[in-house]
Design a protein around this ligand. Structure first.
Ligand SMILES: Nc1ncnc2c1ncn2[C@@H]1O[C@H](COP(=O)(O)OP(=O)(O)OP(=O)(O)O)[C@@H](O)[C@H]1O
Ligand SMILES: [Mg+2]
Length: 385
């Protein structure tokens, strides 16, 4: 897979020697190079590829590089795209005309390849700095962690459908982050192919930016964005609690709601999520094992530095006929059950198996109706904070 910080360069030249030189220069730096051999192709490829830089020389048939430069500039602002003109015209007026038409640099042939490399480097740095300087409004988003002390209690089903409901109801930007690093299955629940994951961001974690993150965060048809967990265990092992903290700080600035599907254990990485979370949705089912483990978690939550005020118990499959009443569960927890989600039977399991969230295929289903109410509460509670 190609590096994420690579730049897209479009070379508009019909000169094979120049193309070879430019191609070598750019690819050796890890950039992606496309070629156009006419003015029309340059305009088409510039629109389609949105290159960071266009290099135009005066070998294109029936084309004037100054004119082409002007037409490119009418479409894309200088801060988003650098234009370098390479020309055999050494007349000062030609140079001024190209610069007035929107070129950032004008290099006359013959030139030294070291000078070319220097100018290109400067231009790309300039485009990058302008992108960094563009102020993106911070969103102060809410981080909502779905956690459970036992596997299989319904964390992912509830997290995915809550994200869908938050997107439908709030009109804000919603992202789901799969933080079950070894066994994450948000991708399965949403039928998303494993193309990019959190692993792709680790080496850039100190300087995340929207262009980089947008390449890794995948859009889902429901409108939510998805950050998948690593696809290989050796990649998952590299993630540290600090990485997770830095990621969540960035995501909360960019999204209104960051829904996190956690791993069912309180390891350091999960604790860094629970610590940052604005709300912890603690999922439990009416079974002896999950109830016992959840009681232990609630007993030690404060020692783990987690305020009990932000922990909300969700009893999933609440109507399962297993002889344990809600009151008994609340007595054991010494906390009230804040939300109950009924057992939804086959349609819920089918929606998971088909990778189509209930909120999309069966929005009237009682389980989704209850999840919608949960989303309403999250939205209302966010407004208060
Ligand atoms: N309320 C419900 N009604 C019917 N089926 C449900 C309900 N909640 C969850 N399930 C089903 O239970 C199964 C396990 O759910 P899910 O994968 O969401 O659990 P999990 O806690 O994320 O598990 P893991 O710990 O393995 O990640 C899924 O097939 C899901 O469809
Ligand atoms: Mg899961």
């Amino acid at each position: 897979m190609s590096p994420l910080v690579q730049k897209r360069i479009l070379t508009a030249t019909n000169d094979p020697t120049l193309f070879k030189l430019l191609n070598l220069l750019f690819t050796s730096e890890g950039h992606q190079v496309a070629q156009a051999i006419s003015a029309a192709e340059t305009l088409d490829k510039s629109a389609a590829l949105k290159p960071h830089m266009v290099v135009i020389d005066d070998s294109l048939p029936n084309a004037n590089s100054t004119d082409l430069c002007r037409r490119l500039r009418q479409r894309i602002a200088a801060r988003d795209q650098a234009i370098l003109v390479i020309s055999s015209k050494t007349d000062f007026d030609d140079k001024i005309a190209a610069l007035e038409a929107g070129a950032d640099e004008y290099l006359t042939k013959p030139f030294d390849s070291k000078e070319l490399a220097y100018r290109v480097k400067n231009l790309l740095a300039h485009v990058e700095a302008s992108a960094d300087a563009r102020v993106e409004p911070k969103r102060h988003g809410r981080v909502i962690a779905f956690f459970g002390t036992k596997g299989g209690v319904g964390k992912t089903t509830l997290a995915v459908n809550t994200a869908v409901a938050l997107n439908q109801k709030s009109g804000g930007r919603v992202l789901i982050f799969d933080a079950d690093f070894f066994f994450g299955d948000v991708g399965v629940h949403l039928n998303m192919p494993p193309t990019r994951s959190f692993s792709d961001l680790i080496e850039h974690i100190d300087r995340l930016d929207s262009e980089l993150v947008e390449q890794v965060v995948l859009p889902h048809a429901s409108g939510i964005r998805v950050l998948l967990s690593p696809f290989r265990p050796e990649k998952a092992e590299l993630i540290t609690p600090e990485h997770v903290k830095q990621l969540l700080a960035y995501l909360a600035d960019q999204y209104d709601y960051v829904v996190v599907d956690c791993h069912a254990a309180y390891d350091e990485r999960t604790l860094s999520i629970l610590d940052r979370a604005d709300e912890i949705m603690l999922v439990v089912t009416p079974e002896v094992g999950p109830i016992k483990n959840t009681s232990v978690f609630l007993d030690i939550a404060e020692k783990l530095g987690l305020s009990l005020d932000k922990i909300h118990i969700i009893l999933n499959r609440s109507n399962s006929d297993v002889g344990i009443a809600v009151q008994e569960i609340e007595r054991s927890f010494k906390h009230r059950v804040q939300f109950s989600i009924v057992s939804g039977g086959r349609p819920v399991v089918l929606s998971v198996n088909h990778g189509q969230p209930l909120g999309i295929v069966k929005p009237d289903h009682p389980v989704y109706q209850e999840i919608s109410r949960l989303a309403d509460w999250i939205i209302k509670n966010s407004a208060k904070n």
